[in-house]
Ligand binder design. Structure first.
Ligand code: URA
Ligand code: SF4
Length: 252
């Protein structure tokens, strides 16, 4: 898919979210928060749900937790405009309470479809509700700072998922802040690994093999995100020669 097509598909999902009444969270919302970022990205960050400021502005991670997310990205020389940021639920839970299981289930299709459009190499989850969508049964205290293959049902069957604590947790519990920054150092390494796995799958023309859980070592020099380094199929498409990336990759 070309980036313009990806963006149009994301805009379409955003328009559906804006009109959505599938769960009770629509009752108290000011704005829906579908998520935002570049359609060309290889990396998607998934939080929990909009808070007070996000609900007002219709944009994800614009409050205090968002400032911390910006700092985390800057610590590996990344920035918000190179990634896509979204949430498990697209409307604010009243009083910032946890989202309920039925609300998460009602909203799941939107995140799944966003991931199908973006086809990211890496999904970084912020907090346990987000982690649970990609890594069933994992406990955040045990797996934070590590990555593994994302579960296919998430919508990102070719992605690795990297688990982190939620930035808001570090605002409540100061000791977690250093943990977040330490864990963040492993994210670029996970992206490098994810790229290598996808390149190997492409070369073999085979579906991705199961990937064993792996601890992520610290990257001495984080690789930059280069949207123009997306799979070669995009480059081909941009050059005006349409090709079907799925058939080339032999995944479906
Ligand atoms: N917390 C979240 O999980 N998501 C946001 O968008 C803001 C704060
Ligand atoms: Fe719809 Fe999701 Fe908002 Fe619920 S949280 S009303 S499912 S967009």
């Amino acid at each position: 898919m070309r980036d313009a097509e990806r963006q149009a598909a994301l805009d379409g999902i955003g328009a559906e979210v804006a009109a959505c009444t599938r769960c009770r969270l629509h009752e108290g919302r000011t704005r829906t928060v579908p998520g935002e970022g570049t359609a060309a990205t290889e990396v998607v960050f998934v939080g929990e749900g909009p808070g007070f400021n996000e609900d007002r502005q219709g944009r994800p991670f614009v409050g205090q937790a968002g400032s911390l997310l910006d700092e985390l990205l800057a610590s590996v020389l990344w920035s918000r405009d190179e990634v896509f940021v979204t949430n498990v639920v697209k409307c604010r839970p009243p009083g910032n309470r946890d989202p309920e299981p039925d609300e998460i289930a009602a909203c799941a299709q939107y995140l799944t479809r966003q991931l199908e459009v973006l086809d990211p190499a890496l999904v970084v989850t912020l907090g346990r509700f987000s982690m649970a969508r990609f890594r069933t049964g994992a406990r955040i205290g045990q797996v934070h700072g590590t990555f593994r293959a994302a579960e296919a049902a998430s919508g990102a069957p070719r992605a690795l998922t990297f688990s982190m604590y939620h930035p808001a947790a570090a605002l409540r519990q100061a000791s977690l802040k250093q943990t977040l920054f330490t864990d963040m150092q492993g994210v670029p390494t996970a992206l490098t690994e994810a790229r290598a796995l996808r390149a190997a799958d492409q070369a073999r023309g085979e579906p991705p093999a199961a990937i064993a859980p792996a601890p992520s070592p610290v990257a001495p020099e984080p690789p930059a995100i280069r949207p123009d380094s997306k799979p070669a199929t995009d480059v081909t498409a941009d050059a005006g020669v349409e090709s079907d990336p799925t058939s080339q990759l032999g995944l479906f």
